[in-house]
Structures are given as structure tokens and as C-alpha cells.
Ligand binder design. Sequence first.
Ligand SMILES: Nc1nc2c(c(=O)[nH]1)N[C@H]1C(S)=C(S)[C@@H](COP(=O)(O)OP(=O)(O)OC[C@H]3O[C@@H](n4cnc5c(N)ncnc54)[C@H](O)[C@@H]3O)O[C@H]1N2
Ligand code: MOO
Length: 397
Amino acid sequence: MSDLMPLEEALDRLLSRIPLPSATEEVPLGEALGRVLAEPVSAATDVPPADNSSMDGYALAGRDFRPGEPMPISQRIAAGCAPEPLRAGTAARIFTGAEIPPGADAVVMQEQAEAEGGQVRILAEIKPGQNIRSRGQDMAAGTPLLEAGVMLRPQTLGVLASTGIERVRVYRRPSVALLSTGDELVQPGQALGPGQIYDANRFLLTGLLQQAGVVDIRPMHVPDAAEPTAQALREAARADLILSSGGVSVGEEDHVKAQVEALGELNIWRIRVKPGKPFAAGRVGDTPFIGLPGNPASSLVTFCLLALPALHRLQGRQVQPPWQLQLPAGFSREQPQTRDEFLRVRVENGRLLPQGNQSSGVLSNTLEASGLARVPAETSVAEGQLLTFMPFSSLCG
Ligand SMILES: Nc1nc2c(c(=O)[nH]1)N[C@H]1C(S)=C(S)[C@@H](COP(=O)(O)OP(=O)(O)OC[C@H]3O[C@@H](n4cnc5c(N)ncnc54)[C@H](O)[C@@H]3O)O[C@H]1N2
Ligand code: MOO
């Protein structure tokens, strides 16, 4: 099994051959969710743009304050209003989010004050600056906020909006040709004939691609024959990436590998990963090609570990390793494997438990599994031993 490529080497090799996007476009903030920034962004304004109150209460100047003595209320400042300078010896009625009037340096919350007949008595000690959110305390204008390669999440959009940014420059979205190979495949909705199965991978992989931010997905079905495979690959090479499932193993019905070699090159084939050994990658013409094994669990695992980082790079996104937590095994296994194994597991009482049948043809156990646990090659597992756990929420997003 020494001819199998270790996962990390395959990932490095794969990523080194994925081009960054060449084109960018400007989009309004409201359409930017999930897009990848193509240039750095700095704060356009101070946030908040002016000192403002964090409480409903009374704004005053600390030097005018006499404990227990009434002060005249000289103005009322609601959020959204422009305050007048505070008259000496007076307080201003103020509300959360309203601008602090020039001359005031503290806000007393109304629970610590008594107002009557246009006057207010402050019942507590005050500290200069209390209950004031100062101008620029969140961000000062010009503060670098984001680098190119960052994917825009809802909170990122909120931050950009708070500083008044209306449009962002993002990378153009890549297109992906998605090939399901195999004579046995039919689409859900059709009756199954002898020897046929439903094409689970088209939906599994379409979902994973959509979740990864790909919009232009071009699904194709490819029969197990050399010329139709070549034709499909040529057509697929018009997309920015070709992602296929099946047809990469060693049988003479597996045509994908040979046809990729004929139309371009294959630079990864067979990795030290279970499930997913026959994973292949290369190019068709100049278009990157990623060939996932046909077994659905093998497709899922190799998509998460290899295709997703490649897609991130293709989108211009910084490639980050998935979350990796060390959790104790809730099982033991004496028989070591020759490949690094990625078990579909659930977490119960903080322990990792393999979920159901781990055959690479079984996908239904992912309904209850919450992620993958890695068992290194040539290693047995003792109960309580720490294993690396990667939640699906981080692996597939
Ligand atoms: N003699 C050997 N045979 C196999 C080896 C090997 O080393 N020597 N490796 C096995 C391993 S491991 C895997 S994984 C599979 C992968 O084979 P392929 O990638 O060529 O995939 P296929 O043969 O086309 O299909 C495998 C399996 O998955 C089913 N399948 C395929 N596509 C879909 C789909 N879209 N939806 C649902 N199921 C799909 C297909 O019917 C097969 O049952 O090879 C082993 N063989
Ligand atoms: O390496 Mo294969 O994916 O297990 O059945």
C-alpha cells in the first residue's frame, strides 16, 4: 500500500495546481453574502460616528454635579437628533443611541435619577465618561478590517454596513461541471430497471457545492464507455472545474482516469485514505479535474477533505484547515488499517462513536453522524484514546 499518497501530500499537490480566480466584480452589500473579497477593506467612517449614550437617562458635565441637588433639564435628545451644546449647570434628558451634547461627559441611567417639574436629582456617584460610547470606539476610520480572500458572512456584512460601505469588490464565482459516471445510474423519479441504482452523488455533491457557494453547477450523466467519457470531459472543460464521481478505480469499466490522461494529465491517483482510496486529480486541457470515488461515502469524505479546499482556492478564498477537536474514542478497535480512516461518528457524552455501518457504500449513517473521526493508519484504537474529530459543520461549509 506504500504507493498510496498521504492525504496532506495530496492536498498540497492539488492546491498548488488550482488557479486563483482571474476576474472580479463589484456587488452591492445586499448581494454579497458568501462572496469572496477580492481586495482589502478598511473602515470608511468612525463607528460610532459620534459620542452617544448607552443608556436612557440624563447627560451632564461631571464638574456641575452636586450629589442630591436638583439640576434643570435644559434639552431632550432622542436618537437621530442633533443635540445643542449643554448649558452649564444643567442636565439633558437623553435616550440610548442619542448623541452626547457638547459639554457633557457622563450619562446617568434614569434608574439612578429622580425627575420632577423640569428638574432632575442624581442619586448616585458618577464617573467621567460613564455610559458614553465614544466616537470610533468600535472602529476608527481607516482601520484595516478585512483582507482579500475573506468570505463574507452575515456578521461581516453587518460590520461593513456599520461603516457605511455600500459595495464590495469580490471574485467572480466559478462554474463547476458535475459528472456522475456509471451505466447503472438513474435519476430519482424514474423506475429502477435491473442492475440500476439511483444517482445519490449528483444530489450529495450538488448540495455540497451549493453550500460551498457555487451557483453555476452543470450536472451531467456519463455512461461507462471511453468515447462518451472523453466527449463529456471536453464539454465539462468549459467550466472552471470538473468534479466527477465514479470511474476512477481499476476495473475496465472505469474510464474517467484513462480519458483524463488522454485529454490532459493526472497528477494524483490513489490516496492513503479510507474511504476514498481511488481519488484522482489532474486537468483536462487547462481545466482542473477532481475525480471522487463513486461510493457515496467515499465521495463525501474526499469532497470534504480535498475538493472543498480546492474549491475555496478556486473562489479566491483563503484555505483554512477544518476545525479539529481532540475527543476521546467511545469504542475500541484492535485491527489497524493500512490507510488513515475517516469514520462517520456521532458524539455522545463527549465521546466519539462510529455511526452504523462504515462501508463506503453506506450513506444513511450520515443522517445521524455529526462529523468525521480520523484513525491514523497502522494504529489500533483503545477506548478513551484521543482522536481528531472534524464536525461536518466545519468540513462541508
Ligand atoms: N479490484 C479493485 N476494485 C476496487 C478497488 C480496488 O482497489 N481494486 N477499490 C475500491 C474502492 S476503495 C472504491 S472507493 C471503489 C471506487 O470505484 P470508482 O470510483 O471507480 O467508482 P465506481 O466503480 O464507478 O462506483 C463504485 C460504487 O459506487 C456506486 N456509485 C457510483 N456512482 C454513484 C452515484 N452517483 N450515486 C450512487 N452510487 C454511485 C457504484 O454503483 C458502485 O457501487 O472501487 C472499489 N473497487
Ligand atoms: O476507498 Mo473505497 O472509498 O473505501 O470503498
